[in-house]
Design a protein around this ligand. Structure first.
Ligand code: FPP
Length: 242
Protein backbone atom coordinates (compact mmCIF):
# COMPACT_ATOMS: atom_id res chain seq x y z
CA UNK A 1 0.00 0.00 0.00
CA UNK A 2 1.08 3.56 -0.69
CA UNK A 3 1.62 5.51 2.55
CA UNK A 4 2.94 9.07 2.73
CA UNK A 5 4.54 8.68 -0.70
CA UNK A 6 6.20 5.33 -0.04
CA UNK A 7 5.23 1.83 -1.15
CA UNK A 8 4.94 -0.14 2.10
CA UNK A 9 4.29 -3.87 2.31
CA UNK A 10 1.84 -4.39 5.19
CA UNK A 11 2.93 -8.03 5.54
CA UNK A 12 6.51 -7.22 6.50
CA UNK A 13 6.04 -4.17 8.72
CA UNK A 14 8.50 -3.95 11.61
CA UNK A 15 6.64 -5.12 14.71
CA UNK A 16 8.53 -2.74 16.96
CA UNK A 17 10.26 0.52 16.08
CA UNK A 18 12.45 2.34 18.61
CA UNK A 19 12.93 6.08 18.15
CA UNK A 20 15.70 8.28 19.53
CA UNK A 21 14.08 11.71 19.34
CA UNK A 22 17.16 13.89 19.08
CA UNK A 23 17.54 17.54 18.15
CA UNK A 24 14.80 19.39 20.06
CA UNK A 25 17.36 21.79 21.53
CA UNK A 26 19.02 22.58 18.18
CA UNK A 27 15.62 23.04 16.53
CA UNK A 28 14.64 25.58 19.18
CA UNK A 29 17.99 27.38 19.03
CA UNK A 30 17.75 27.78 15.26
CA UNK A 31 14.39 29.47 15.75
CA UNK A 32 15.49 31.62 18.69
CA UNK A 33 13.21 29.70 21.05
CA UNK A 34 13.80 28.15 24.47
CA UNK A 35 14.83 24.50 24.82
CA UNK A 36 11.46 23.89 26.49
CA UNK A 37 9.72 25.11 23.34
CA UNK A 38 11.86 22.58 21.46
CA UNK A 39 10.62 19.76 23.67
CA UNK A 40 7.03 20.92 23.19
CA UNK A 41 7.53 20.80 19.43
CA UNK A 42 9.09 17.38 19.97
CA UNK A 43 5.95 16.20 21.66
CA UNK A 44 3.86 17.45 18.74
CA UNK A 45 6.05 15.35 16.40
CA UNK A 46 5.43 12.32 18.62
CA UNK A 47 1.68 12.94 18.57
CA UNK A 48 1.73 13.38 14.77
CA UNK A 49 3.48 10.04 14.38
CA UNK A 50 1.13 8.19 16.73
CA UNK A 51 -1.82 9.54 14.77
CA UNK A 52 -0.32 8.52 11.44
CA UNK A 53 0.53 5.11 12.86
CA UNK A 54 -3.18 4.28 13.13
CA UNK A 55 -2.98 3.99 9.35
CA UNK A 56 0.59 2.65 9.11
CA UNK A 57 0.08 -0.04 11.75
CA UNK A 58 3.34 -0.62 13.64
CA UNK A 59 2.31 -2.45 16.82
CA UNK A 60 4.96 -1.20 19.23
CA UNK A 61 6.65 2.21 19.25
CA UNK A 62 9.31 2.98 21.84
CA UNK A 63 10.32 6.62 22.27
CA UNK A 64 13.47 7.66 24.14
CA UNK A 65 11.99 10.49 26.22
CA UNK A 66 14.41 10.82 29.14
CA UNK A 67 17.68 8.96 29.69
CA UNK A 68 19.41 8.29 33.00
CA UNK A 69 22.11 10.68 31.70
CA UNK A 70 19.56 13.48 31.17
CA UNK A 71 19.61 14.22 34.94
CA UNK A 72 22.88 16.06 34.21
CA UNK A 73 21.02 18.73 32.19
CA UNK A 74 20.25 22.12 33.77
CA UNK A 75 17.78 21.72 36.66
CA UNK A 76 15.22 23.90 34.89
CA UNK A 77 15.19 21.62 31.84
CA UNK A 78 14.92 18.46 33.98
CA UNK A 79 12.02 20.07 35.84
CA UNK A 80 10.33 20.92 32.56
CA UNK A 81 10.68 17.36 31.21
CA UNK A 82 9.29 15.88 34.45
CA UNK A 83 6.34 18.28 34.31
CA UNK A 84 5.86 17.37 30.68
CA UNK A 85 5.72 13.66 31.52
CA UNK A 86 2.93 14.39 34.02
CA UNK A 87 1.09 16.58 31.54
CA UNK A 88 1.30 13.88 28.88
CA UNK A 89 -0.27 11.35 31.24
CA UNK A 90 -3.00 13.71 32.45
CA UNK A 91 -3.93 15.07 29.03
CA UNK A 92 -3.11 12.21 26.73
CA UNK A 93 -4.00 8.92 28.39
CA UNK A 94 -7.70 9.06 27.47
CA UNK A 95 -6.80 9.71 23.82
CA UNK A 96 -4.41 6.77 23.88
CA UNK A 97 -7.03 4.49 25.37
CA UNK A 98 -9.69 5.68 22.92
CA UNK A 99 -7.30 4.47 20.20
CA UNK A 100 -6.71 1.15 21.98
CA UNK A 101 -3.07 2.06 22.71
CA UNK A 102 -1.51 0.59 25.83
CA UNK A 103 0.89 2.85 27.73
CA UNK A 104 4.06 1.26 29.03
CA UNK A 105 7.13 2.79 30.65
CA UNK A 106 10.54 1.21 30.21
CA UNK A 107 12.96 2.56 32.78
CA UNK A 108 13.50 2.88 36.50
CA UNK A 109 11.42 4.68 39.10
CA UNK A 110 14.60 5.57 41.04
CA UNK A 111 14.85 9.33 41.46
CA UNK A 112 11.31 10.05 40.21
CA UNK A 113 8.91 11.88 42.50
CA UNK A 114 6.33 9.66 44.14
CA UNK A 115 3.45 11.45 42.40
CA UNK A 116 4.98 10.91 38.95
CA UNK A 117 5.65 7.27 39.83
CA UNK A 118 2.03 6.81 40.90
CA UNK A 119 0.79 8.49 37.74
CA UNK A 120 2.92 6.26 35.51
CA UNK A 121 1.86 3.13 37.36
CA UNK A 122 -1.78 4.23 37.18
CA UNK A 123 -1.53 4.88 33.43
CA UNK A 124 0.03 1.46 32.84
CA UNK A 125 -2.66 -0.19 34.92
CA UNK A 126 -5.57 1.71 33.34
CA UNK A 127 -4.47 1.00 29.78
CA UNK A 128 -3.42 -2.60 30.38
CA UNK A 129 -6.47 -3.94 28.48
CA UNK A 130 -5.63 -2.01 25.28
CA UNK A 131 -4.47 -4.48 22.67
CA UNK A 132 -4.01 -2.81 19.27
CA UNK A 133 -0.82 -0.84 19.93
CA UNK A 134 1.80 -0.19 22.60
CA UNK A 135 3.26 3.24 23.30
CA UNK A 136 6.42 2.42 25.22
CA UNK A 137 8.08 5.44 26.78
CA UNK A 138 11.76 4.90 27.59
CA UNK A 139 11.76 7.27 30.52
CA UNK A 140 14.48 7.50 33.15
CA UNK A 141 16.00 4.77 31.00
CA UNK A 142 19.60 3.66 30.47
CA UNK A 143 20.56 0.47 28.65
CA UNK A 144 23.49 -0.38 30.91
CA UNK A 145 21.43 0.27 34.02
CA UNK A 146 18.69 -1.99 32.66
CA UNK A 147 21.25 -4.78 32.21
CA UNK A 148 22.79 -4.19 35.65
CA UNK A 149 19.35 -4.17 37.29
CA UNK A 150 18.58 -7.47 35.56
CA UNK A 151 21.88 -8.99 36.73
CA UNK A 152 21.18 -7.89 40.30
CA UNK A 153 17.76 -9.52 40.31
CA UNK A 154 19.18 -12.66 38.70
CA UNK A 155 21.91 -12.80 41.37
CA UNK A 156 19.31 -12.37 44.12
CA UNK A 157 17.08 -15.10 42.68
CA UNK A 158 20.10 -17.41 42.33
CA UNK A 159 21.15 -16.76 45.93
CA UNK A 160 17.62 -17.62 47.05
CA UNK A 161 17.79 -20.76 44.88
CA UNK A 162 14.81 -19.59 42.79
CA UNK A 163 16.97 -19.70 39.67
CA UNK A 164 19.62 -22.22 38.58
CA UNK A 165 22.56 -20.43 36.92
CA UNK A 166 22.80 -23.03 34.16
CA UNK A 167 19.21 -22.30 33.09
CA UNK A 168 20.07 -18.68 32.24
CA UNK A 169 19.97 -18.13 28.49
CA UNK A 170 18.94 -15.20 26.24
CA UNK A 171 15.26 -15.86 26.82
CA UNK A 172 15.61 -16.20 30.60
CA UNK A 173 17.78 -13.08 30.82
CA UNK A 174 15.26 -11.02 28.86
CA UNK A 175 12.58 -11.92 31.43
CA UNK A 176 14.54 -9.82 33.93
CA UNK A 177 14.66 -6.69 31.75
CA UNK A 178 12.30 -3.74 32.37
CA UNK A 179 9.58 -4.70 29.88
CA UNK A 180 9.48 -8.46 29.42
CA UNK A 181 7.07 -9.55 26.72
CA UNK A 182 7.75 -6.59 24.44
CA UNK A 183 9.54 -7.94 21.34
CA UNK A 184 12.98 -6.61 20.43
CA UNK A 185 12.93 -3.59 18.10
CA UNK A 186 13.23 -4.53 14.43
CA UNK A 187 14.17 -0.99 13.51
CA UNK A 188 15.73 1.90 15.42
CA UNK A 189 15.47 5.45 14.09
CA UNK A 190 17.62 8.33 15.29
CA UNK A 191 17.14 11.91 14.20
CA UNK A 192 19.48 14.92 14.12
CA UNK A 193 22.44 13.31 12.35
CA UNK A 194 24.10 11.65 15.35
CA UNK A 195 25.24 8.12 14.54
CA UNK A 196 25.09 6.30 17.87
CA UNK A 197 22.70 4.48 20.19
CA UNK A 198 23.47 6.52 23.34
CA UNK A 199 22.58 3.75 25.81
CA UNK A 200 19.20 3.02 24.15
CA UNK A 201 17.90 -0.58 24.30
CA UNK A 202 21.40 -2.07 24.39
CA UNK A 203 20.37 -5.68 24.93
CA UNK A 204 17.24 -5.47 22.77
CA UNK A 205 18.95 -3.83 19.77
CA UNK A 206 21.30 -6.78 19.10
CA UNK A 207 19.75 -7.42 15.65
CA UNK A 208 17.90 -4.16 15.04
CA UNK A 209 18.28 -2.36 11.74
CA UNK A 210 19.50 1.18 12.33
CA UNK A 211 18.23 4.16 10.35
CA UNK A 212 19.50 7.71 10.69
CA UNK A 213 18.31 11.06 9.39
CA UNK A 214 19.76 14.55 9.67
CA UNK A 215 16.29 15.97 10.32
CA UNK A 216 15.79 17.33 13.82
CA UNK A 217 13.10 15.52 15.79
CA UNK A 218 10.46 18.31 15.74
CA UNK A 219 10.71 18.28 11.91
CA UNK A 220 10.25 14.51 11.67
CA UNK A 221 7.10 13.67 9.73
CA UNK A 222 5.16 10.47 9.06
CA UNK A 223 6.62 10.51 5.54
CA UNK A 224 10.12 10.19 7.05
CA UNK A 225 8.88 7.31 9.18
CA UNK A 226 7.48 5.61 6.08
CA UNK A 227 10.79 6.13 4.26
CA UNK A 228 12.55 4.41 7.17
CA UNK A 229 10.09 1.50 6.94
CA UNK A 230 10.51 1.36 3.15
CA UNK A 231 14.31 1.15 3.55
CA UNK A 232 13.91 -1.44 6.31
CA UNK A 233 11.78 -3.58 3.99
CA UNK A 234 14.56 -3.51 1.38
CA UNK A 235 17.32 -4.65 3.71
CA UNK A 236 18.36 -8.26 4.16
CA UNK A 237 18.24 -9.37 7.78
CA UNK A 238 20.29 -12.49 8.36
CA UNK A 239 20.54 -12.76 12.15
CA UNK A 240 24.05 -14.23 11.80
CA UNK A 241 23.01 -16.75 9.18
CA UNK A 242 24.15 -16.74 5.51
C1 FPP B 1 16.56 15.16 22.73
O1 FPP B 1 16.78 16.44 22.17
C2 FPP B 1 15.25 15.10 23.37
C3 FPP B 1 15.00 14.79 24.68
C4 FPP B 1 16.07 14.49 25.63
C5 FPP B 1 13.65 14.80 25.23
C6 FPP B 1 12.61 14.24 24.30
C7 FPP B 1 11.28 14.59 24.80
C8 FPP B 1 10.17 14.86 24.05
C9 FPP B 1 10.14 14.81 22.58
C10 FPP B 1 8.89 15.22 24.67
C11 FPP B 1 8.14 14.09 25.28
C12 FPP B 1 8.73 13.94 26.60
C13 FPP B 1 8.19 13.45 27.72
C14 FPP B 1 8.98 13.59 28.93
C15 FPP B 1 6.88 12.78 27.78
P1 FPP B 1 17.93 17.34 22.77
O2 FPP B 1 17.35 18.20 23.81
O3 FPP B 1 19.06 16.46 23.21
O4 FPP B 1 18.34 18.16 21.50
P2 FPP B 1 19.78 18.77 21.19
O5 FPP B 1 20.71 17.60 21.06
O6 FPP B 1 19.53 19.45 19.90
O7 FPP B 1 20.12 19.71 22.31
Amino acid sequence: MRLYGHEIDPKTLPGHVGIIMDGNGRWAKAKGLSRSAGHEAGFRALDRLLNANKEIGVKVLTFYAFSTENWKRPAIEVKFLMAMAKKVIVEYLDTLMANDIRFVMTGTFEGLSSDLRDMIQGAMERSRHCKSYILNMAFNYGGRKEIIDAVRRIAADSAEKKLKPDTIDDKKFAEYLYSPGIPDPDLIIRTSGELRLSNFLLWESAYSELWFTKKLWPDFHPKDFCKAIFDFQHRKRRFGKV
